[in-house]
Design a protein around this ligand. Structure first.
Ligand SMILES: Cc1ncc(COP(=O)(O)O)c(C=O)c1O
Length: 387
């Protein structure tokens, strides 16, 4: 399994982003990690090899990425997967029939779909709660609870879970605390500092940052847990190709440059939107009107570029989507380019309509992923789209 280089933890975030987990290539001295496009490795003799046997189990490009993101999160072992969902399903293979998981009721629609439409058939039990209130998490735990899973901020409602409070509950209950850190990225939030056991990402998003691949990554600190995850990774096989791993590795080198700009644009656009349509219609943890703004400030170092808005009607939402020119109508988020989407019919279409209504994923809700373009152009685009 992949373990960080301990000395990488002596560096600050920006240095880790660029160098952690990578060393000049032993053959040529190449400063950039080569893309090892190989499925197998020639062995020196029977039972004698350089530590690499078959690329499902280990690949040097993938390992560089795993060490890099593990160091950024302040973890110890990284596991790269073929998608964020590949990471989630592989993590869930740690559990067995009859095990109980307390999960956030408001999370990425695909996560809910995996739990409700697939894993339930294998005897895993889920209780979905509003994790904004730690007491709900505490009350949902029972003697079979093996994990508490949360996403914060959530997609698309930007709900915040108090990581320290829920981490404490997980510890007391003997359950693994699993956090999807996709929206914040390790630049703004590091769940291990609050008691997480497993932190994971859709690396398709901010980690890659350029919308040119699909991937996932999980990070742990505990050696025993790492061994179990390595077994699952190699056995279930949801691994990324070397080129995709390299694309994320190239992305993380500028994470510390991109995130402040996403944050700056996010704050300015959220402020503009609040003035335009009223702060009650803008959901952004960086706005003082967000009910959990103080908590967000405590556990996050910035708020990023994700904003949701209530437009008043599905027709109004459709009109805006039809008029934007710099923002593009598309699923996904976290790239340098700005995107806008309609969660009810796109990312969260798999959540039943009654559940969407109860949660607040209304038909007039739009989600913006503010990129790193000129903020004046982005606001100008929204201005003409709203008019
Ligand atoms: C918060 C969050 N977690 C997980 C995923 C799943 O990741 P992927 O699309 O890479 O499988 C997504 C995808 O949108 C997401 O937004």
């Amino acid at each position: 399994m992949t373990r960080i280089f301990d000395e990488d933890l002596n560096s600050e975030f920006a240095t880790r982003a660029i160098h952690a987990g990578q060393r000049p290539d032993l053959l040529s001295g190449a400063i950039m990690t080569p893309i090892y496009t190989t499925s197998t490795y020639v062995q020196e003799g029977l039972g004698k090899n350089k530590g690499y046997e078959y690329a499902r189990g280990r690949n040097p490009t993938r390992e560089a990425l795993e060490r890099n993101v593990a160091a950024l999160e302040g973890g110890k072992h990284g596991f790269a997967f073929s998608s964020g969902m590949g990471a989630t399903s592989s993590i869930m293979m740690l559990f067995k029939s009859g095990d109980h998981v307390v999960a956030s009721e408001s999370s990425y629609g695909g996560t809910f779909r995996l739990f409700d439409k697939v894993l339930r058939n294998y005897g895993l039990c889920f209780t979905y709660v509003d994790t904004r209130d730690p007491e709900n998490v505490e009350n949902a735990c029972n003697e079979h609870t093996v994990a508490i899973m949360t996403e914060t901020p959530t997609n698309p409602l930007m709900r915040i879970t108090d990581l320290a409070a829920v981490g404490e509950i997980a510890k007391r209950k003997g359950a693994l605390f699993i956090v999807d850190n996709t929206f914040a990225s390790p630049f703004f939030q590091r769940p291990f500092e609050f008691g997480a056991d497993i932190v994971y990402h859709s690396s398709t998003k901010y980690l890659n940052g350029h919308s040119d691949m699909v991937g996932g990554i999980a990070i742990v600190r505990d050696d025993g847990l790492a061994e179990r995850l390595q077994f699952i990774l190699n056995t279930a096989g949801a691994v990324p190709g070397a080129f995709d791993a390299w694309l994320v590795l190239r992305g993380t080198k500028t994470l510390h440059l991109r995130m402040p700009r996403h944050d700056e644009n996010g704050r300015q656009i959220a402020k503009w939107l609040a003035e335009k349509i009223g702060d009650e219609n803008v959901i952004y943890p960086g706005l003082p009107s967000h009910p959990q703004h103080e908590l967000a400030k405590r556990q996050m170092k910035g708020f990023g570029g994700m904003i949701s808005i209530l437009t008043g009607s599905k027709e109004k939402a459709a009109k805006i989507l039809g008029k934007v020119r710099v923002f593009s109508l598309a699923e996904s988020l976290g790239g340098v380019e700005s995107l806008i989407s309609h969660p009810a019919s796109m990312t969260h279409a798999s959540v039943p309509p009654e559940a969407r209504a109860r949660l607040g994923i209304r038909d007039d809700l739009l989600r913006l992923s503010c990129g790193v373009e000129d903020v004046g152009d982005l606001i100008g685009d929204l201005e003409q789209a709203f008019t």
